[in-house]
Structures are given as structure tokens and as C-alpha cells.
Design a protein around this ligand. Structure first.
Ligand code: ADP
Length: 462
């Protein structure tokens, strides 16, 4: 009894072992297959990251698919502008198909016309579905039927499949491959894997096309930018020339109108005097404008000359302030100057240019403060010297603070108190200060709350 029981057990065990081994073998091959596909998808993903050129990307991806899945032919076809012809962006074949093409002096790399009249392509491009055929007839316009038959036999091709390459919902081409077995023989897993491959290729192609477009747009923008720079240079040159030409006549208008006002040509009626005074002050504004334009065009053309010397900024500020006292008084304003008279504020700078900076800021404080007091402060902190000009005028809206130093920018309220402004003064101030490696900025608590403009320069004192 015991013997027969053991014998039965042993045969059962044998069967179990066989089935386990078979199962293991099956699972192992499935695992190997999955591993192969996984590594293929990873390689395609890497190519998509490293390659941006559509042709190179298509070639590398097609080769990788051909080598991993052992396809006889892999190709990425894209529609041309007519959307009726399709041409290969990449087409790679197995070694034997390559040799067969050479032997029969023919090539699969050709444009396939009239795809809209072809059932195989219509299904792919119009219905956006995959399509399968068992021959290579799609190349009948470039390879003779006899050659196609021989090539099919020599490379043992059993099926040709096409999948749509879809970008933003539109089929832009097809992914085509040739197999050594009927398409139906592929496992469900293999079919799904091919779909994933096609998805990766579509996304990568989309990215590379976008990159190409971006590059083309960038080059156009660069060109447009260069043209704009050129126009800007020409404009600056023109302005500089025009301003030079204007200076002479303006000087004589100013000179003669001043002489008429002063009575150098005899007594004039009060009406004439009034009219000539208006001519004189308008001419003065025009002179300021012409000088600003001239300076800006010089700066922008890199032609501004600077004469650096070492001098006391304190003395310069006091001098400008003194010159402005009559203007301040005329505006019914007061001013105070706050600096340490016992010390110097030595800077290495262009005295004329810094005078222009201080005058400009002081002039603005008067223009943009209907009434009130202006405080000029000079302070030394370490290696820096700071000049601040504060007023309790119209102030500046927070959103305008950073914009005022750009050309032609003026705050909304500026026009109410100074219609003649051009928005060039602060731009010029910034350019001049920066040419001295300094900084200029403005602080204001807002509309109607006054402003403080500060210029920071390097002192040459220890
Ligand atoms: P302009 O005075 O000719 O308009 P600026 O470049 O000198 O040109 O000034 C630009 C703008 O900055 C002015 O239009 C004004 O809006 C504002 N601004 C300048 N200085 C002051 C100030 N002290 N207070 C308030 N706003 C000012």
C-alpha cells in the first residue's frame, strides 16, 4: 500500500514540476518581452529629450524601433503642404532589405502621391486609424510590381502597417513598418506597445517642430531687432544733425527777441513786448528740448564726451542752488540746503554733467511743487556721497516710480502743473549718473505727498 501511494505521488510531482517549469518559462519570456519594450520606450524618450531636429529625431527613432523589434522597414512619413502627397522624413530598412534595394536598383525613399485617393492612407490620415496590408503596393509609383514582389520575398515581408502621427488632433503623417509575420499574429501586448511607440514619436515630433518654429521666429525677431536698432541709430543721427542745425537759428531768435524786450531797437508797445516775451520763453523751451535731444543722441550713439576731474560736489550744489534762488522765489517757494560746511564732498566726475543733473532735479522740484519748501541734502556714507532733493509737491503714484526714468514717461498729474514737459530730463539724468557709475532713484509716498530724488556717487575720499 505504502509503495503504490509513493509511486502515485511521484508521477503527480513530476507533472506538477513540468507545469511549473512551463509556466516559469512562459512568464520569463513575457517578462523578457516586456523588458524589451520598456527599454525601447525609454530609449525613444531619451532621443526625444536629446534631439530637437525633426529629421535627426525621426531617423534615430526609426533605427531604434527597427533594431529592437526586428522590423524589416520602419519609416516616418509626413504630409506635404498640399496634404495630398506624403514623403519620408526618415526611412530605415533591415540589412537584407537594404541589400535587395541595391541589387534591384530601387528605393523605398520616395514621395507617395495622391494619398487621398488611397484606401490605406485614407484610413490613417482621414479616419486617424491604424491600417494594415499584406503587400508593399503603396510604393507602386516608384518601384515596379516585379521588383516589389522580389523585395517582399527576399526579405520575407508578410505585413505592412501604418499608424497615424497625430499632432494637436490632426494627422500630420504616418508611422509605417514591415513585419515578417501577419499583423494578426502580434500579441495584444505587442500591438499596445506599438501604439505607445507611435504616441512617443508623435509627441517628440510635435516638440521638434515647435522648436524649429521657435528658432525660425527667434531668427526673424533677431533680424527685426537689428533693423530696429539700425533705425534707432539712424533716428539718433538724424536728430543730432537736425538739433545742430536748429541751434544757430534758435540762438538768433532768442538774441533778437531779448534785444527787442530790452528796448535796444527803441520803445515798443506793451502788446508787442508781450508777444516778443512769449517768443523768447518759447524759444528758451525749444533750446532746452534741442539740447536734451542732442545729449540723448550723443549718449545713444556712444559719442558723449566726459571730462573727469576731482572737485567738491558740495561747492557745485551750493552754486546751482544759488543760481536757482530767483526761480524758487518767483515760484513763491522756499528752499533749504543741508550739508556740512566744514567738510568736502570730493568726487571724480564731469563737473558740467553733474551740474546738469543737479539743475534738472532742482528744476523738476520747482515745476512739480505748486508751493512749499525744497530741501537739498548732501551726505557722505563710507565711500558714497548722496545728494537728495526733496519737495512737498504733486508726488508720484507707486506704479510710475520705476517708469519715470524711461524716455517720454510722465505721470498723469504732470501735465496739470507743467504742460511743456517732454519726459526726457530724468532719462538724461539717469544716463549721466550711470556714466559716473552712480545710481539715481526716487521715493514718494504717493500722489500729492511730495518726492525725494536721490543721486548716489562714489567719493574719492577715504
Ligand atoms: P518732464 O519734466 O519734461 O516731463 P522729466 O523726465 O524731467 O520730464 O520728468 C519725467 C516725469 O517725472 C515728469 O513728467 C513728472 O511726471 C515726474 N517728475 C519728475 N520730477 C518730479 C517731482 N519732483 N515731483 C513729482 N513728479 C516728478
Amino acid at each position: 500500500m505504502l509503495f503504490s501511494f509513493n509511486k502515485k505521488k511521484s508521477s503527480d510531482l513530476n507533472n506538477d514540476f513540468k507545469s511549473i517549469t512551463e509556466n516559469l518559462y512562459k512568464q520569463n519570456s513575457e517578462l523578457a518581452e516586456k523588458n524589451k519594450i520598456f527599454s525601447l520606450l525609454r530609449k525613444l524618450y531619451q532621443i526625444s529629450i536629446l534631439t530637437l531636429d525633426p529629421e535627426q529625431l525621426s531617423a534615430e527613432m526609426s533605427e531604434t524601433v527597427r533594431d529592437t523589434l526586428e522590423f524589416e522597414l520602419v519609416s516616418i512619413f509626413v504630409l506635404d503642404d498640399t496634404k495630398n502627397n506624403i514623403s519620408p522624413l526618415a526611412l530605415v530598412t533591415s540589412n537584407r532589405l537594404e541589400k535587395a534595394q541595391k541589387d534591384y536598383n530601387c528605393s523605398f525613399s520616395c514621395v507617395i502621391p495622391n494619398v487621398n485617393e488611397n484606401d490605406f492612407f485614407k484610413k490613417i490620415l482621414q479616419n486617424k486609424l491604424e491600417s494594415h496590408v499584406s503587400d508593399l503596393g503603396i510604393w507602386s509609383n516608384c518601384i515596379s510590381p516585379e521588383n516589389l514582389k522580389t523585395l517582399t520575398e527576399r526579405s520575407n515581408i508578410k505585413a505592412l502597417s501604418g499608424y497615424p502621427l497625430i499632432i494637436e488632433g490632426e494627422a500630420i503623417g504616418t508611422f509605417i513598418f514591415c513585419l515578417n509575420r501577419p499583423f494578426e499574429n502580434l500579441t495584444q501586448y505587442e500591438k499596445e506597445s506599438i501604439s505607445s511607440v507611435v504616441d512617443i514619436i508623435s509627441v517628440a515630433l510635435n516638440k521638434s517642430y515647435l522648436y524649429r518654429e521657435l528658432k525660425a521666429t527667434n531668427s526673424k525677431l533677431e533680424l527685426a531687432n537689428e533693423n530696429l536698432h539700425q533705425l534707432d541709430r539712424q533716428k539718433s543721427e538724424f536728430l543730432s544733425l537736425a538739433s545742430h542745425q536748429l541751434r544757430g537759428p534758435l540762438t538768433s531768435i532768442k538774441g533778437y527777441s531779448s534785444m527787442i524786450i530790452e528796448g535796444d531797437f527803441g520803445e515798443t508797445s506793451p502788446q508787442i513786448k508781450d508777444a516778443v516775451s512769449t517768443i523768447f520763453s518759447s524759444t528758451e523751451n525749444l533750446v532746452v528740448l534741442v539740447n536734451d535731444y542732442l545729449d540723448i543722441s550723443r549718449i545713444e550713439q556712444g559719442g558723449m564726451k566726459y571730462d573727469f576731474t576731482t572737485f567738491d560736489l558740495g561747492t557745485l550744489v551750493k552754486q546751482v542752488h544759488t543760481e536757482y534762488i530767483p526761480v524758487i522765489q518767483k515760484a513763491e517757494m522756499t528752499s533749504t540746503i543741508d550739508l556740512d560746511a566744514t567738510q568736502t564732498y570730493l568726487v571724480n566726475a564731469d563737473q558740467g554733467k553733474l551740474k546738469q543733473v543737479v539743475s534738472n532735479l532742482l528744476d523738476n522740484s520747482i515745476k512739480y511743487s505748486p508751493k512749499g519748501n525744497i530741501i537739498i541734502t548732501l551726505k557722505k556714507t563710507g565711500v558714497k556721497v548722496c545728494l537728495s532733493i526733496s519737495d512737498n509737491g504733486i508726488g508720484i503714484e507707486p506704479e510710475m516710480i520705476t517708469k519715470l526714468f524711461q524716455k517720454f514717461n510722465r505721470s498723469q498729474d504732470a501735465n496739470k502743473v507743467n504742460v511743456k514737459g517732454t519726459g526726457l530730463g530724468l532719462y538724461l539724468v539717469k544716463q549721466l549718473v550711470e556714466a559716473h557709475h552712480g545710481r539715481v532713484w526716487v521715493d514718494s509716498k504717493g500722489k500729492g505727498k511730495g518726492s525725494t530724488f536721490t543721486v548716489e556717487l562714489n567719493t574719492v575720499e577715504k
